[in-house]
Design a protein around this ligand. Structure first.
Ligand code: ASP
Length: 325
């Protein structure tokens, strides 16, 4: 064997080695991830008929499948987040869009927000009563206004101008939410919805949509439409969507706190999210949970309640739809 052959064989071996290293890295870092939630709370098996469990499971699976299809085909994290949330908003099972809880004045006042981890742009709406899909209004605010947050009639007028579907307030009526108001069941309709996505371009996005808390004072705004509290995304760290007792999530700036712990303290996604939900919030008797995905495709879904509707799928095939602990 002459020297030249030895050199080219070495080169071949080296490229084979680097190829297999990058393959290993690739398989450890799934190139897309979708995580969704449908609210946290007193979600225990005894409270649900098998029929209800099946209905929730099917709806979460439907949202997961539709969203996965978008990212699999190279769609953006933002479009994927909206697709998941629209399906959940359109379902009366959840406390968002159709099926939202009633405020004390007998109205459905809806809140939603979205954030793009690539551009750090965000959009939100609060206290809207006629926008069929509040998440789309949040997206319009982010992409087509000079603002981040629009509320009430101003948000509704803007949504109409942007061509979104406007409905009569009674569209949001469900007997179950109405009965809940009459029983003054303040905080036991779970079902705020949210989605976080890592797309195949390496971009993160997060979105959250809710009817808030049953029997809330009218005019009350929770954490869901507040960027940093209920929703946050930044390609440098992670994407987070929260659900729980909104007042605590606002005071603790939960979604941003998780990202900040990763950014400033070098915590992993799991360490940061577990600390905020199961240590910091728990000490304040603050109930709820979060779904998160980081820029490397790691997923964390901690909650300090009895259960949380949640589901995820990764491009490496890992997937689950869960309700209970
Ligand atoms: N976080 C929502 C709110 O306070 C409610 C929930 O997630 O259940 O408006």
């Amino acid at each position: 064997m002459n020297n030249l052959t030895i050199v080219s064989m070495k080169k071949l071996l080296f490229s084979l080695l680097s190829f297999s290293i990058s393959l290993t890295l690739f398989s450890q870092n799934p190139n897309y991830v979708v995580v969704i939630h449908g609210g946290a709370g007193n979600i225990v098996k005894e409270n649900y008929t098998q029929e209800k469990i099946d209905a929730y499971t099917q709806k979460l699976q439907e949202a997961l499948d539709a969203t996965e299809k978008i990212v699999k085909n190279g769609g953006s994290a933002i479009d994927a987040v909206c697709a998941a949330i629209i399906i959940l908003e359109d379902s009366p099972l959840f406390n968002a869009g159709k099926g939202a809880v009633f405020a004390a004045n007998g109205k459905n006042e809806l809140d939603a927000s979205i954030m793009d981890g690539k551009t750090i742009k965000a959009g939100a709406v609060a206290n809207v009563t006629t926008i069929k899909n509040p998440i789309l209004a949040a997206k319009e605010v982010m992409l087509n206004s000079a603002h981040v947050f629009l509320i009430k009639e101003g948000a509704e007028k803007f949504a109409a101008e942007r061509g979104l579907t406007i409905v009569k307030p009674k569209y949001f009526f469900t007997q179950e939410s109405w009965d809940r108001l009459k029983k003054e069941q303040k905080d036991d309709k779970n079902g705020t919805v949210g989605c976080v996505v890592l797309d195949t371009h390496g971009n993160l996005a997060a979105g959250t949509s809710t009817g808030g808390m049953s029997n809330k004072k009218w005019g009350r705004v929770g954490d869901s439409p507040i960027i940093g509290a209920g929703t946050y995304a930044n390609n440098e760290t992670c994407a987070v969507s929260a659900t729980g007792h909104g007042e605590f999530f606002i005071r603790n700036v939960v979604a941003y706190d998780i990202a900040a712990l990763m950014d400033y303290k070098g915590l992993s996604l799991k360490e940061a999210s577990e600390f905020v939900i199961n240590d910091k919030l728990k000490k304040q008797n603050a109930t709820g949970g979060v779904i998160c995905v980081d820029k490397n495709g790691n997923v964390s879904m901690p909650f300090n309640t009895k259960g949380m509707f949640r589901a995820f799928v990764k491009s490496n095939g890992e997937t689950a739809v869960l309700m209970f602990q």
